[in-house]
Design a protein around this ligand. Structure first.
Ligand SMILES: Nc1ncnc2c1ncn2[C@@H]1O[C@H](COP(=O)(O)OP(=O)(O)OP(=O)(O)O)[C@@H](O)[C@H]1O
Length: 465
């Protein structure tokens, strides 16, 4: 249910009651009414109101006179004007005086609900902007405890955390993007904890679900909806009522499922399988993908309208190779966790291990680092942790990833790099210099990067001098 307080002002009592009931049926349960326009300013002073729907023609004090007063005192509260007068001049005047929108009676239900939803979004975005302005200059997080499971010292991640604090309380969907293993699910959980939602956090991976299974999983079904549906069953949207529904891997959804998802996000409505009666969702939806959705749109595999609906709040979690400062604290964190799970004492990592790890691009991101550490601790017996299992894992991954060099659009990459077709000795010198730089002059690590022994590298370095 939508808790946002809405105030309807109209001198026609019957119309007020009908609108209140209609909005309640659409999930707006905090709708208040006033039939005397003279009471509005007093009411606003002592009550929290998010949206006002205001009639223009009222005795004593007209909506036209009241509008500038409200806009002046409560500039952040959108006022939707409703009137029986369908005149362009009136509409233009109301908009000039600061009305959010102008509707002519009788208003279609869908139009009224859509305008109210638009006003709610507008208000939320204005609030977020204010909050962002405030947070922009502040270094500290208001709810640092919500981020404690996410180990990081990266300033990029810290900026994302600040933005998360701003958008978490809104009820708008949030799209979390990033390569596999960057921690999108941890981010989703943190958003739920920050949101203040009283309901459950419910996560589901929707990759590979065909449309029927998608609908049944999310929306549930009516008794007899299909063979075997002997009892009605709630779906995950109902389970996440007043809480958070996290849909992982949405880049793989079928077109039909994308349409259902769009309806859920836009109208907050869904149909259990086999039912013609829509249900209203009160779950906040978070979504994640490791696909480039823009590319999927170009390939006609993802709907543009759904993408635009998701884009309002988008978090892009950087890959580990773009926040190398996180490698060391993550290494310590995973060493501790792995040692605990094996009932061992946390081993001391060799001094050059972080440098070795920093040379590796981690296509599997934090998950890959976690697995490497787990494996190394499993093999570890005593003393200093061996570099070998890390070097092996990195070496194997590098060989597996090796792909022939593609010619760039502009011509031969070697010629672009050197300005001419280079000699073997020029390429060798270039590679050795680059590897030594990446390995912070550690010859063992540079040799590993180059796929040669340390002795061979040492000899080449001697002859280079
Ligand atoms: N910053 C971090 N601190 C601690 N653990 C992390 C961090 N980032 C990721 N992890 C761990 O790495 C693993 C992968 O994280 P998660 O499942 O959140 O990634 P993901 O981006 O959702 O991946 P996928 O796209 O494959 O679903 C998990 O075990 C998670 O606990």
């Amino acid at each position: 249910m939508n808790e946002i307080p809405i105030l309807l002002v109209d001198d026609e009592l019957r119309l007020l009651k009908a609108s209140q009931l209609l909005l309640a049926s659409k999930g707006f349960k905090n709708v208040f009414t006033l039939s005397n326009s003279c009471d509005v300013m007093d009411y606003l002073q002592s009550n929290d109101v998010a949206i006002i729907v205001l009639d223009l023609n009222m005795p004593k004090l007209s909506g036209f006179d009241l509008l500038p007063e409200i806009v002046n005192e409560y500039p952040a509260t959108p006022v939707i004007v409703m009137t029986a007068v369908d005149e362009t001049d009136t509409a233009v005047n109301c908009m000039k005086k600061g009305a959010f929108d102008f509707l002519v009676k009788p208003v279609e239900t869908e139009r009224l609900v859509a305008t109210i939803r638009k006003a709610i979004e507008h208000r939320a975005i204005c609030r977020e902007l204010d909050s962002l302005r405030e947070r922009f200059f502040s270094e500290t997080l208001d709810h640092a405890e919500a981020f404690s499971p996410i180990v990081t010292v990266s300033s990029k991640m810290h900026t994302i955390f600040k933005y998360m604090e701003v958008i978490a309380p809104s009820r708008q969907p949030i799209l979390i993007c990033g390569e596999t293993g960057v921690g999108k699910e941890l981010v989703a959980k943190a958003l739920h904890n920050l949101s203040g939602c009283s309901g459950e956090y419910v996560a589901v991976n929707v990759a590979g679900l065909d449309d029927t299974v998608f609908a049944d999983t999310l929306f549930g079904h009516k008794k007899g909806a299909f063979t075997g549906a002997e009892r009605p069953r709630d779906g995950l949207v109902a389970k996440a009522a007043s809480g958070t529904l996290f849909l992982d891997e949405i880049g793989d959804l079928s077109d039909q499922s994308q349409i259902k998802l769009l309806r859920l996000l836009q109208e907050k409505e869904y149909y259990p399988v086999g039912s013609d009666n829509p249900c209203i969702s009160s779950a906040r939806v978070l979504l994640a993908t490791n696909h480039d959705l823009q590319k999927l749109i170009d390939e006609k595999r993802f709907r543009k309208d759904l993408y635009y609906r998701l884009c309002a709040h988008r978090l892009v979690i950087p890959p580990l190779r773009e926040r190398l400062e996180d490698v060391a604290p993550l290494l310590d964190h995973f060493l501790e966790a792995a040692a605990q799970s094996f009932g061992k004492k946390a081993p001391t990592p060799p001094a050059e291990l972080v440098t070795l790890l920093e040379t590796y691009p981690f296509p599997g991101n934090v998950r890959e680092l976690e697995a490497m550490v787990h494996d190394a601790v499993a093999r570890h017996n005593s003393g200093v942790l061996s570099m070998e299992s890390f070097s092996n894992a990195i070496g194997i991954a590098r060989v597996a990833k090796h792909t022939p060099v593609q010619k760039s659009a502009g011509g031969n990459p070697l010629e672009e790099l050197f300005g001419h077709f280079p000699t073997i000795s020029e390429v060798e010198n270039y590679l050795i210099t680059e590897a030594m730089q990446r390995a912070k002059s550690n010859q063992g690590i540079a040799a590993n990067l180059l796929g040669i022994t340390r002795q061979t590298l040492n000899k080449r370095l001697q002859t280079k001098k």
